[in-house]
Design a protein around this ligand. Structure first.
Ligand SMILES: NC(=O)c1ccc[n+]([C@@H]2O[C@H](COP(=O)([O-])OP(=O)(O)OC[C@H]3O[C@@H](n4cnc5c(N)ncnc54)[C@H](O)[C@@H]3O)[C@@H](O)[C@H]2O)c1
Length: 365
């Protein structure tokens, strides 16, 4: 029986996670799998209940499960708390404690929603890319990171440091993922300026020797920022370091037209429950959306698609994952839409109605 840890979190988090669970249960009935769920606390929710954004017991419980599904953390209620206690701190702690070194963000544009993209439909037609971002190294973690004041005024330093093993494991994962898709990998760096990027490029070329069937191209990060807007459909898998990935994934997230649609997976080196799988934390890419929390207007598709990624990457249940993905696309094509996906003035469905529709489709798949 697969065990799934649930971190509903804050704002719309509990609302979208409830729909993820609804669809997982329907998938379980359809495919004869019984899931066991354990609900844990993170973010402002944990802070209110336990005075900490993440408890050690909950980290342990998440690590014992086969995978974890998270909603979102944060909100104005906790904006003024001490920085060590901020809700977002809980998420960073969880990623670090579980060794989640690779963040996967698939971005595709559903034909039914091509008109909702800020880019012209002919530019986003056929977009189907997967960005793999290194998540536990680079400038967000490098030391020294500090500021000081001297006779010449204020100064600050951050450090972009990578070891070859940190680069190798994420680049290798990206090659493996590209092998299972269209066989194309773009490695993004700034090797014309940065030493760390020159090492990144060298290691990527070395790993390439093990993947003769995958085409590797190196792209400078500034050029990639342009390509993602001008010709996003030319890419398959993109791999990059932590900060470049942070920026490029946000840029890529606007292509499908609503932030509520996009799932993500953060994978560790620990094996998952299914053959050839890894332990992972799965979450929609959006935040806690405090402006619409409690109104039934949140789009749960990103969470439902995160649940599909969980089945694929941690449990190895490919058929079940594909059924969910197909049913989300079918529901949207049939006109089931939360407000963020709907044309102004057209009828809308609530968060729960969207989830129930997808669940019904999966049960009948
Ligand atoms: N991983 C996370 O948990 C995460 C990520 C980003 C932001 N945050 C936190 O969330 C809070 C709000 O941040 P923000 O407003 O910058 O980003 P946000 O993603 O919460 O919201 C940005 C906009 O997108 C809309 N939106 C977001 N999710 C949606 C959904 N599922 N359906 C429909 N519309 C949706 C919101 O209504 C809002 O207008 C902050 O406290 C921030 O720190 C958390």
């Amino acid at each position: 029986m697969p065990n799934i840890a649930l971190f509903p979190g804050d704002g719309v988090g509990p609302e979208v996670v409830a729909e993820g669970v609804k669809v997982l249960e329907a998938t379980g009935s359809r495919f004869g799998i019984e899931f066991a769920f354990e609900t844990l606390a993170i973010g402002g929710d944990a802070l209110d209940r336990y005075s900490a954004p993440l408890r050690r017991d909950d980290i342990r419980a998440a690590g014992r499960a086969d995978a974890a599904l998270l909603g979102a953390v944060g909100g104005p209620k906790w904006d003024d708390v001490d920085s060590a206690l901020r809700p977002e701190r809980g998420l960073l702690q969880l990623r670090k404690a579980l060794g989640l070194f690779a963040n996967l963000r698939p971005v595709s544009v559903l034909p039914a929603l091509a008109e909702s993209s800020p880019l012209r439909p002919e530019i986003v037609a056929g977009v189907d890319l997967l960005v793999v971002r290194e998540l536990t190294g680079g400038i967000y973690f490098g030391k020294p990171s500090r500021r000081w004041t001297s006779g010449r005024g204020r100064a600050a330093v951050d450090t972009l440091r990578y070891r070859e093993d940190e680069i190798e494991r994420v680049v290798r994962l990206a090659f493996e993922l590209a092998r299972g898709r269209r066989g194309k990998l773009a490695s993004v760096d700034k090797s014309n300026v940065l030493q760390s990027s020159r090492l990144w490029r060298e290691v990527a070329d070395e790993v390439k020797a093990d993947f003769p069937d995958v085409e590797l191209e190196h792209v400078l990060v500034d050029a990639m920022a342009m390509h993602l807007i001008k010709s996003p459909s030319r890419f398959d898998v993109i791999v990059t370091e932590n900060m470049f990935g942070d920026i490029l994934t946000d840029e890529a997230s606007v292509l499908p037209g609503s932030i509520g649609l996009l799932p993500s997976a953060s994978l560790s080196a620990k094996p998952g429950a299914g053959t050839g799988t890894r332990y992972g934390l799965y979450e929609p890419i959006h935040g806690s959306a405090p402006d619409i929390a409690g109104t039934g207007r949140a789009n749960p598709a990103g969470t439902i698609l995160s649940a599909a990624m969980l089945l694929r990457w941690s449990l190895g249940l490919i058929e079940a994952a594909e059924a969910i993905e197909r049913c989300v696309a079918d529901a949207i094509a049939a006109g089931v839409r939360t407000p963020d996906m709907a044309e102004p003035g057209s009828p809308v469905d609530s968060t729960a109605e969207f989830g129930a529709d997808v669940a019904r489709r999966v049960a009948a798949a």
